[in-house]
Each structure stands twice: as structure tokens, then as C-alpha cells.
Design a protein around this ligand. Sequence first.
Ligand code: HPA
Ligand code: ZN
Length: 340
Amino acid sequence: MSTPDPAFDAFLDRLPKAELHVHIEGTLEPETIFALAARNRVALAYPDVETLRAAYAFHDLQSFLDIYYAGASVLLTADDFHDMAAAYLEKAAADGVIRAEIFFYPQTHTARGVAMATVIEGLGRALDEARAKGMSCDLILCFLRHLSEEDAVATLEAALPFRDAFIGVGLDSSEVGHPPEKFARVFAEARRHGLHVVAHAGEEGPPAYIRSALDVLGVERIDHGVRCLEDAELTARLARERMALTVCPFSNVRLKVCETLAAHPLKRMLDAGLAVTVNSDDPAYFGGYLGANLRETCAALGLTRAEAVTIVRNGLAASFVDAATRAAFLARLEAAVAAG
Ligand code: HPA
Ligand code: ZN
């Protein structure tokens, strides 16, 4: 066990950070799920918050996704989406997040009869309010990879009237059996519209999925990517290309991608020269937000201040912002580091 180091934790808390891998539906706390279920008269399969929370004992990605989609079923109105995002953005700001790139899953909602406009209007309103308070934030639309590419194409089409409301597309949900190349056409279409592209790859899926995310989809960042370490040549390429990997330590432990935080591959990834970042993924389900992920992972792996700063710097550097904004973020980080 690592020894708590309050001074190190306080230092980490003060650093300005980017969060590049958070699913907004994964920020829905159990209490909020029950409050929204009551507000919208949606029936839940769990009698109370404690029973729901007790069900958060996952053995793999799919066992999590099944509960996660059930939780998201309480979201119906633009206010629901707004309130969920506003609650996340407030917590992120308290963790020192100055840049948030937030995934949302429209197919989970449109399949239940919620309009794309409702989802985007509610989320967008919360982001506008956060921007007014000084946060830099944007949305990334994610396709569900267990559904067909045709469904993803239809989703992109339905979202394009709101093109200014999101900056990119991503790919998530059940990874194994749904390789990136299944979505080659829709990603090409997204790139034609000037959207950024990212994909979950190498979480449960093999290193080959990371390669096809890069070579077929043309992604600019890999979400998770921890299994790259099984392939030395791929690891060397990712390091050489400075490809950012949005690693989510609490998620990896809770979904059994690794056994414990102390056994997490993050330190080995850093040592391999990879551009790793730390993120929360689905913080309401995996035991904590960005600050907690960073503090506990640094402690469990015995990372130095310099290593922690490298991780935070990687996140700011991999943000989808213009060069001047990125330089300003990095200058804020260096100032915070210099202040100790
Ligand atoms: N992987 C795949 N799908 C997801 C995840 C994840 O980590 N979080 C939410 N949906
Ligand atoms: Zn994720």
C-alpha cells in the first residue's frame, strides 16, 4: 500500500487539467438516477439507491454496459441532459479541469424516442453556462459499436444539423467483435465534415484494433489503448507518433482490465515514452472523478511529481483546441508547477 502524501495530493489538485475521456451518461450518480426516474415516472429494475449501487460489481465491460444503459433510460427531457452535464462540469471545475471534451451517446437516447435536438440542446446549454464561468469544453458524439454502421451513419446525419454543437466523433460500447474497420465509412464521412476523430481501442480488444483505429479510421487519439503494450512494434509507433492515449485507471480496475491500481500499466506506458493522459471514463460508476483518479493512481504507482506533471501536460497538449489556446493552457500548467 502507498503512504498518503497530502502535500503531493494538494499539488496535483492545484494543477490545471484536461479531461479527454468522460462519458456524460457515466456521470449520472445513483441518487440522480432515482430522482430523474421519479421526475419522469420511469420504472427502474432496482428498488433503491443502495441496491443499484450494490449492482456496480462488474466483471467485464459488458456487465457494466448493461447496467449503464439501464441507468441512462431515465433521461428524457432537455433539462435532464442539462442537469446531468451541469453537475459534472461543476465537479470537474472543482478538480481543476480547465478543458473538458465530453462524450455523449445519442443512440442510447434516440432509440428510446428522445430527439437528437433534445439531447444536444440540454447538454449544450450546460456547456454554455460552464464556458461563461471560464471553462473550455466541447462535446464529442460517440457511435455505439455493437450497432450497425448504417445506424451510425443515420446518427451522424441526424446530428449534422447541429454540426456546431460538437467537435468530433468517437466509438465505444462493446469492443470485442466490433473492430474499428466496421465503421470506416462513417468515420470518413465525419472527417469530410471537419470533425475530429477518436476511438476506444485496446481496452478489452487486441492491439490489432489500435492499428485499425489509426490506419482505417485515422484517429487523432486512442481512448484507453492499454493493450498496446502487448505489441512492442505498435508501442514504439505510438510513442514515435506522440499519439495520445486517454487512459482511465479506475475504469480499468473496475472492469477487470487490470487487477489492482498498483498493477496498472500506466507507469510502464510512461516508461515506454507513450503520451498517456489520465481520465475518469464513467466516474459515477467507477469510484471517482478525475482528481481522485490522478491522486490515487500516482500514489499506487509511486509516480514522481515530474511524472504526474508529464501526464497532465500530455492531456492539455492533446486537447482539440487551436494552437494559441493550447499554448495558454500549457503556460498555466508551467506557472502552477513553478508555484509548487
Ligand atoms: N468502453 C466502452 N464503452 C464505454 C466505456 C468504455 O470504457 N464507457 C462507457 N461506454
Ligand atoms: Zn470510455
